[in-house]
Design a binder for this molecule. Structure first.
Ligand code: SIN
Length: 361
């Protein structure tokens, strides 16, 4: 618009400049950060050693969540972080009851509109089990990321701080929504269903052999290349809302010279399910098979898994599962098969239904 009066023109010009400055400011305004809650459970990530070179033989679960957060001020750049100490344990002491408590807390938090994602700090020894349990019972598409460390917080080049930073960034990222429960260690993103700890002490201990990791973390960004296609979180049929205990399921290991003692002992102790981690393709030794048949006759569900660690457990391969009325674990490790069988037994004892679940999750 043309103004004949010079004063009017000046006012119009100032108005235009003000609008342009405001628009530029809006463009550069900091993006709104996601709200991430860190649930701390202990482990080496919260461990301390006698000296900076102590990388084995340290004490796990000594450092509290607020100190973990304070040690990584960079977290404030990627999320609004809030910490809760849920447990303070070494993860070999994780129990079914801990899992129920943790999962219920996760579900309560994720139902809140002011929580966008969860990070769980955890000992690495059973991290994959907690991750898979949560993968089956969390009722939200919001990101849940498990993280640990192979070196205690006091060690030279401790991996905890960078792992924590990466996991908070991942839990805050839109890319992680709907991907199921994730594990972020060593700059890699793994799926809860398939990841496993493969080394006692090195930094690259978390792997998904053969099936592969989901992606990487680089330059404070997640890069996904694959997705978990087995059903998880909101797609599962499991509801732990009212559960106080999980059915007792135990694991029997296969080896040369194995006998029936372990199966019989677990049955005497009240097992409702037995996972047989057999040799090879889940073969049943002649001295163990009758004990498993007897366990089944007493009402226990028997699942054949393998101690090998890779591959599909062939149904009706090394044993006639149809005739024995046994279930096979598909590609699940024995420790993860135990989790799925416990949850399956909260719904049914039908082996046909349970087999369907093993091919679904
Ligand atoms: C644990 O699992 O609590 C101890 C080992 C670790 O965190 O690496």
């Amino acid at each position: 618009m043309l103004h004949k009066n010079p004063a009017q023109s000046m006012i119009a010009l100032f108005g235009l400049l003000f609008c342009m400055a405001s628009a530029t400011q809006a463009q550069h305004a900091a993006p709104k950060l996601a709200n991430v809650t860190i649930l701390a459970t202990g482990g080496t990530i919260a461990g301390s050693g006698a000296s900076s070179t102590t990388t084995v033989g340290y004490t796990a679960a000594t450092v509290g969540v607020q100190r973990l957060i304070a040690a990584v001020p960079e977290l404030a750049k990627v999320a609004n972080v809030n910490g809760e100490q849920v447990f303070q344990i070494a993860s070999e002491n994780m129990t079914n009851e801990h899992w129920l408590t943790l999962a219920k807390r996760v579900n309560v938090l994720l139902a809140q509109s002011n929580v966008d994602g969860i990070v769980i700090t955890h000992g690495t020894d059973t991290l994959e089990e907690t991750a898979y349990f949560l993968n089956l019972v969390v009722k939200s598409r919001k990101p849940v990321v498990l993280v640990g460390a192979m070196r205690p917080s006091t060690a030279i080049s401790a991996d905890g701080p960078i792992n924590l930073y990466n996991s908070v960034m991942l839990a805050a990222s839109p890319e992680a929504v709907g991907k199921g429960v994730l594990v972020a260690m060593n700059d890699q993103i793994q799926s809860a269903r398939d990841v496993t700890k493969v080394n006692t002490s090195t930094l690259d201990s978390f792997r998904t052999p053969e099936l592969g990791l989901l992606g990487y973390i680089q330059g404070s960004k997640p890069f996904f290349y694959r997705q978990q296609i087995r059903k998880h979180t909101t797609e599962t049929e499991f509801d732990i809302g009212a559960l106080q205990v999980l059915p007792q399921v135990d694991i029997v290991y296969g080896y040369a010279n194995v006998g029936p003692v372990a199966v019989d002992a677990f049955m005497a102790a009240g097992a409702k399910g037995i996972i047989h981690a057999g040799v090879g393709d889940g073969s049943l030794a002649a001295r163990v098979k009758p004990a498993l048949v007897a366990a089944h006759a007493k009402g226990a569900v028997v699942v054949r898994a393998s101690r090998v660690g890779q591959g599909i457990l062939a149904r009706n391969g090394e044993a006639n599962d149809d005739e024995l009325d046994f279930v096979v674990a598909d590609t699940l490790s024995a420790q993860k098969a135990r989790i799925l069988l416990m949850l399956a037994l909260t719904k049914t004892t039908s082996t046909k239904e349970i087999q369907r679940m093993f091919y679904t999750y």
